[in-house]
Design a protein around this ligand. Structure first.
Ligand code: IMP
Length: 440
């Protein structure tokens, strides 16, 4: 049994899309377990850039089945829009190849509206969310008002639930000077969307359990990143779902024993979209250069990402709470134009050195990063495809990262294209067994 969890170890945008795309040949199924169309997985196919927000990026491989688990919040409109975009690129998706959990939550038209009100009310302390209704939809799930995908197929139940929701939400809209919403148009629209969605709807937990039992391999595709996890991230500046390893079990209806390995995707520097503490943030020319060279603009919202030095305190924490077996390091080539490269190995707080990631945002806002400095390596690693050709300076940097993170690095992404990858097959054999032979 080989089922690999692939997740980001920072604040998202680590380059998961490309790594999932690389790993896909070794798996039969790619399953997402949390989040919604707030994610932005950028993949390049035959030189064309594709950004997937909701559908697992494994969909670009015609022989893979892709799964959207119960842990997601699904916008049916975003789902069909993405299918249309894929079709335009020549990727035809038949229902049997894409499954949506009956128990996933549905993003309703009132969710983005509520989010705008909540964000505006926070003023200076706004989260800087993607404004796609993700948070309010998860709020409704926890408050037990949520509408699930299966409800879309039962008009009476759907009507009852929309009525119950709007009875409260319309009071909020009115209090904030917005027009109340009517039940009937929403009911009509979502009933129709339910019918359109019905060929894709299934019991994902049963499906995956059967597939795993019969020897199929699943790749669990994390969205966002460990530091945006609702419980373990930089709360309250987080997303509303469980991006970390535990989310796989709750978000797909599987057992912890079904996860046989964990690959952490780690960018060679740090980025963050939206508000919240960011100890190694660079507000100078070095940060601007990283942003420019790394094309650091949000794949979902187009917002400029905040950029900073690599933060080993944060990544070591992410490796620990997720049990990361192996790291895939992305975008180190972006650092090559700098005059020096820095990486933070500890924080100083009130005169004390701390190596464990603090959970309080007000501490994170006040820590001083302690840096180790590295010279820029002598030869470019951009688009390199062979481990043996990596310059000594870069290998020194890699060794330092491995020691500090207490985790092996098994893959390096050296450019944006699919082929710009160097990996250690023997390390992948440890987490994929014989399936490592299926990697390109
Ligand atoms: P939400 O997920 O829209 O609720 O946004 C909450 C926070 O997570 C905001 O800071 C967003 O910018 C951030 N966020 C959500 N999805 C992603 C992502 O895929 N990459 C990076 N940041 C994200």
């Amino acid at each position: 049994m080989t089922n690999l969890l692939v997740l980001g170890t920072q604040w998202g945008d680590e380059g998961k899309g490309k790594i999932v795309d690389f790993l896909a040949p070794a798996f039969d199924i790619v399953a997402r377990y949390q989040g919604g169309h707030n994610a932005g997985h950028t993949v390049y196919l035959r030189g064309k850039k594709i950004v997937l927000h909701l559908i697992p990026s494994g969909i670009l491989h015609p022989d893979k089945i892709c799964v959207i688990g119960n842990g997601l919040v699904v916008s049916p409109q975003a789902f069909f829009k993405e299918l249309e975009e894929l079709k335009a690129l020549g990727v035809e998706v038949k229902p049997g190849r894409l499954l949506v959990s009956r128990s996933a939550q549905v993003i309703m038209p009132y969710h983005p509206l509520l989010e705008k009100i909540a964000e505006q009310s926070r003023g200076q302390k706004m989260i800087g969310t993607t404004c796609r209704g993700i948070g309010p939809c998860y709020e409704d799930k926890a408050a037990r008002w949520g509408i699930r995908v299966g409800d879309l197929l039962e008009p009476e139940i759907l009507k009852e639930k929309i009525e119950a929701s709007l009875a409260i939400k319309n009071k909020i809209f009115e209090a904030f000077g917005n027009q109340p919403l009517q039940v009937e148009p929403i009911l009509e629209e979502y009933q129709a969307l339910g019918e359109k969605l019905s060929p894709y709807i299934t019991d994902v937990s049963v499906f995956l359990s059967q597939q795993i039992k019969s020897g199929q391999s699943v790749l669990f595709e994390g969205a966002q990143g460990a530091l945006l996890d609702l419980d373990h991230g930089t709360y309250p500046y987080v997303t509303s779902s469980s991006c970390t390893a535990g989310g796989v079990c709750t978000g797909l209806g599987l057992s912890p024993r079904d996860i046989t390995g964990v690959l952490g995707i780690t960018k060679a520097y740090t980025t963050r979209v939206g508000s919240g503490p960011f100890p190694t943030e660079l507000k100078d020319e070095a940060g601007a250069l990283i942003a420019r060279k790394g094309d650091e603009f949000g794949a979902t919202t187009g917002r400029a990402r905040r950029c900073g030095w690599f933060d080993a305190v944060a990544v070591r924490y992410a490796c620990r709470i997720n049990g990361v077996d192996l790291i895939a390091l992305t975008k180190p080539d972006v650092l090559e134009e700098l005059t020096e490269i820095k990486a933070c190995y500890a924080y100083r707080y009130k005169g004390t050195l701390i190596r464990d990631f603090p959970s309080e945002p007000w501490i994170l806002e006040r820590v001083e990063p302690e840096y180790r400095s590295f010279p820029v390596w002598s030869r470019s690693i951009h688009r390199q495809k062979d481990w043996a050709s990596l310059p000594a300076g870069f290998l020194d940097y890699l060794n330092w990262l491995e020691d500090t993170l207490e985790t092996r690095i098994g893959l390096i992404s050296t450019g944006v294209d699919r082929e710009d990858i160097i990996y250690r097959r023997e390390e992948f054999q440890k987490i994929l067994g014989q399936r490592a032979e299926l990697l390109a």
